[in-house]
Design a protein around this ligand. Structure first.
Ligand code: KG4
Ligand code: ZN
Length: 345
């Protein structure tokens, strides 16, 4: 079974071909960052229009790079949620049209479950099923959650953010520091020359009565207070042009985000053998270093997505479909896009 994967849930237009044994034969990712930069965030109308323009060529390039002909495609897999409604629609309608024109099955994939699958795409990675049960951390611009994975299709939410996602906290903090958009990579770079102990930013704890349903408050995240702390800190201590303090303030802010993620992983990993990590924020160098140290200390196996599979990509969509997951058959024809789909759906 050769799977053509399509991903258009946010601001990356991506297509990929994955073989039945899970090998990624091609992965084309066209990012729209430069289109959204002037607005300091993703503009849904611009995103969906760019998906419309870019997706046909991304698909042709993915087929070409894989050396796959249209007739060799056995299944078309596509993200149906969560994400921006107008962006999801472009990929979902394209995939429906392609599947029906080719006379092949359509497979609808949950984007968050695909992020959980992303560390298993790389050659040499263990099999997903053999690794179960394990804990997964999804950290991106739109989501931050910890999930217990019992098997393919068997997910239990342990904790999630009650306000901003970690990537949003990076982007908003970077904006306050004047680092441009997207802020995460810029803050990661600047922080390398700063002192992470320069400012003691607070780590917000989630009040016991307010966790999302079914979640353990000790495994939940909150970042809106942190962003406000940075805002007030900068009001009290304006940064002079060219001051080296800027790197240390960035490093301290980054440290508060990273420490909250590592702290929740530490609590979730008691008695569990492996942690899988995916999503754009898992590119963060400080997070990668601190999670590696935690894995060594607690003797669990750390499976981090390869950098090319951290942010949104269609290889994780096709990979999860090739592993036998997703909604297909008659059920897929009654399905619509689900912008608010939960990780456990
Ligand atoms: O997974 P992703 O591409 O899109 C979503 O599904 O949201 O994640 C994008 C997020 C952005 O907030 C971006 O700032 C953040 O990932 N990001 C980083 C880094 N690279 C990307 N955050 C921290 N450090 C990085 N190196
Ligand atoms: Zn994502």
């Amino acid at each position: 079974m050769t799977v053509l994967g399509i991903e258009t849930s946010c601001d990356e237009t991506s297509a990929s071909v994955v073989s039945d044994d899970g090998r990624v034969l091609s992965s084309i990712v066209r990012t729209q960052t430069s289109l959204h930069r002037p607005y300091g965030g993703v503009v849904p109308e611009i995103a969906s229009r760019a998906h419309l323009e870019t997706l046909p060529t991304a698909i042709s390039e993915a087929l070409g790079a894989a050396g796959t002909a249209w007739g060799d495609i056995d299944t078309v897999a596509v993200t149906y949620g969560p994400g921006l409604a107008s962006s999801l629609l472009v990929g979902f309608s394209t995939a429906k049209g392609l599947a029906s024109a080719l006379g092949k099955p359509l497979c609808a994939i949950n984007h968050l479950q695909a992020h959980i699958f992303s560390p298993f795409l790389s050659p040499g990675a263990p099999s997903f099923t053999d690794t179960c049960p394990f804990v997964a951390l999804v950290v991106s611009g739109g989501h931050t959650c910890l999930v217990r994975v019992e098997g393919l299709g068997r997910y239990r939410l342990l904790g999630e953010t009650i306000d901003d996602a970690a990537g949003e906290a990076f982007d908003k903090g970077a904006n306050l520091l004047g680092l441009g958009y997207p802020g995460g990579p810029a803050m990661d770079r600047l922080s390398r020359s700063g002192n992470p102990a320069f400012v003691d930013f607070p780590q917000t704890r989630v009040k016991p009565q307010s966790p999302p349903e079914g979640c353990d408050p000790a495994l939940c995240f909150s970042y809106s207070g942190l962003k406000t702390s940075l805002l007030y800190y900068l009001r009290r201590n304006p940064i002079e042009e060219g001051s080296p303090d800027k790197a240390s303030i960035a490093a301290s802010y980054q440290e508060a985000i990273v420490d909250s993620l590592v702290d929740r992983c530490r609590r979730a990993m008691r008695g569990v053998g492996a942690l899988a990590v995916g999503g754009g924020v898992s590119l963060n160098s400080r997070l990668r270093t601190k999670l590696a140290a935690l894995a060594e200390e607690m003797s669990f196996r750390l499976l981090m997505a390869e950098p090319k599979y951290c942010a949104d990509n269609a290889a994780m969509i096709a990979g999860l479909a090739a592993a036998g997951q997703g909604i297909r058959g008659a059920a897929v024809y009654g399905l619509d896009i689900e912008p608010s789909l939960a990780v456990t759906d």
